[in-house]
Design a protein around this ligand. Structure first.
Ligand SMILES: C[S@@+](CC[C@H](N)C(=O)[O-])C[C@H]1O[C@@H](n2cnc3c(N)ncnc32)[C@H](O)[C@@H]1O
Length: 182
């Protein structure tokens, strides 16, 4: 609770400055990191000492693994995402996508930083629900539409329109990688 309160305080200047209707420009790195602090306040489990999304039920794990995926969890940190932004020139017509979007934290960070629309696909219902919650928190600062789909990344969906795709290809089999690339 204390972390959430602190995180809310950190984001207070942003809330004053930016309302949904006024959102026209993407956030700076400092501003986007403040929104991530809001996320961390929600996700962090004091007792566990980390975010609780690493643990999903056995049934969910089987659902993810049964699809040829890997239920192992991990999130791209903002340092890596900043590296990506520095090296991958985004165009105004781009649509971002994260295949296996987990909590949505990484994709939301990129959407906040670029102002671009984005689609995340996640098979685990628990992680998908989390992404929807974080999206609500980020909504006042988002310029483009962000959609999270609960489903299998190798199937088709709104992600077919994506032009910039994050994919942890080392977690998936060669066959899935080929299907996704197609
Ligand atoms: C290593 S995590 C990456 C999370 C996120 N991309 C990030 O960087 O913060 C990989 C995610 O892919 C999901 N996943 C695995 N197989 C999947 C599949 N076939 N379809 C959709 N999601 C899948 C897992 O549940 C997990 O949340």
């Amino acid at each position: 609770m204390r972390r959430l309160a602190l995180a809310s305080l950190a984001a207070a200047p942003l809330l004053k400055r930016r309302r949904p209707a006024a959102c026209q420009t993407p956030l700076t790195e400092v501003e986007a990191r403040r929104v991530l602090q809001l996320f961390d306040g929600l996700l962090f489990d004091e007792e566990y000492g980390d975010i609780h999304l690493y643990d999903i039920s056995v049934e969910e794990e089987q659902q993810v693994e049964g699809s040829g995926g890997d239920a192992t969890y991990g999130e791209l940190r903002e340092e890596i995402l900043e590296w990506l932004l520095a090296h991958c020139e985004m165009r105004p017509q781009d649509i971002l996508c994260d295949l296996g979007s987990g909590s949505g934290r990484a994709l939301l960070y990129l959407a906040l930083r670029t102002g671009l629309p984005a689609v995340g696909v996640e098979l685990s219902p628990t992680r998908h629900r989390c992404a929807e919650t974080l999206k609500m928190l980020a909504q006042p600062f988002l310029c483009g539409e962000v959609t999270f789909v609960q489903g299998d990344l190798s199937e088709t969906g709104p992600q077919r329109h994506a032009t910039v795709v994050l994919f942890a290809n080392k977690l998936f089999s060669e066959d899935i990688f080929r299907a996704v690339a197609r």
